[in-house]
Design a protein around this ligand. Structure first.
Ligand SMILES: Nc1ncnc2c1ncn2[C@@H]1O[C@H](COP(=O)(O)OP(=O)(O)OP(=O)(O)O)[C@@H](O)[C@H]1O
Length: 265
């Protein structure tokens, strides 16, 4: 499987009288890694929730390989799309291995046990996020970063064609951030990921969509999108953008506000 095509078409999302996202369109071709960036409250999580079918669009459509994600059978969607989200609670009374095994559920019938292939996928997912040694530990006693890695392993074990992640590097130390983004990059799946770290987004994503106040204000390859002018408009910060000598990716350096800079001697 090389991933599925995702098309978000003119999606508007509301919660009561509050408009979360307005007329957003986004595409991801099979195998692409798409980054969703933007300030706090700009609508990233809301948009992801519409894609993994938690928040029904007020207008517009979410299409997965051409089919309306909101009309397809739940089981079909669960086999196709995996999500790693912020609100995943820690109240599982399960071991780490059992949590990761939940990723296999959409591929089985009720009461089916784990097959040899399931076990292989579970162990390999645990190993890939450096969590093999945690396998027998209770999930609810893990640290924030360990828990995050296990939830990513659960999504990997699911073998989705489309993987949707909300800030997957939250709580992770830099080694594990790079490992996880590297795994996502190499996965034979389409990946839609909300990230706050613009330099990581620039290094790992094929294209970025920038959300601001619930609307897409820029989209394209990182080098086209991450300009000082855009960063100033959207985040209200002063930044320099250079091309990294080794990776060729844009590299953003944020400058402290004038008042906060140490006085020059
Ligand atoms: N159920 C809700 N009812 C009312 N407002 C909501 C609801 N859910 C989200 N919002 C508001 O909608 C806006 C978008 O929220 P969302 O969580 O999608 O932003 P985000 O870009 O993911 O933010 P962050 O970077 O802080 O995670 C915010 O202003 C938020 O307060």
């Amino acid at each position: 499987m090389t991933g599925t095509e995702l098309a978000v078409e003119g999606v508007t999302l509301t919660a009561g009288a509050h408009r979360l996202v307005r007329d957003v369109s986004l595409t991801a071709r099979p195998g692409e890694m798409i980054g969703l960036v933007g300030p706090n409250g700009s609508g990233k999580s809301s948009l992801l929730r519409a894609v993994y079918r938690v928040l029904r669009p007020e207008a517009g459509q979410v299409r997965v390989d051409g089919a309306d994600a909101w009309s397809m059978p739940v089981r079909h969607l669960a086999r196709t799309v995996a999500a790693v989200v912020q609100e995943a609670g820690a109240d599982f009374d399960l071991t780490v291995r059992e949590v990761v095994a939940m990723g296999r559920t959409p591929h089985k019938r009720l009461l089916d046990g784990d097959t040899a292939e399931d076990r292989l996928l579970i162990e390999s997912a645990l190993t890939s996020v450096d969590a093999a040694e945690l396998a027998d530990r209770p999930f609810d006693r893990l640290s924030g970063g360990e828990r995050q890695r296990v939830l990513i392993a659960r999504a990997l074990a699911q073998r989705p064609a489309l993987l949707v992640l909300d800030e997957p590097t939250n709580h992770l130390d830099i080694r594990h951030q790079l490992d996880v983004l590297g795994i996502l990059r190499r996965m034979p799946a389409t990946v839609l990921v909300a990230l706050h770290d613009l330099n990581l987004a620039a290094h790992y994503c094929d294209r970025l969509y920038v959300l601001c106040d619930g609307e897409v204000v820029a989209a394209g390859p990182p080098a086209e999108v991450l300009t000082p002018a855009l960063l100033n408009d959207v985040y209200g910060v002063t930044a320099e953008v250079t091309v990294h000598a080794r990776t060729g990716a844009p590299q953003v350096t944020f400058l402290p506000d004038e008042a906060a800079r140490p006085a020059l001697a």
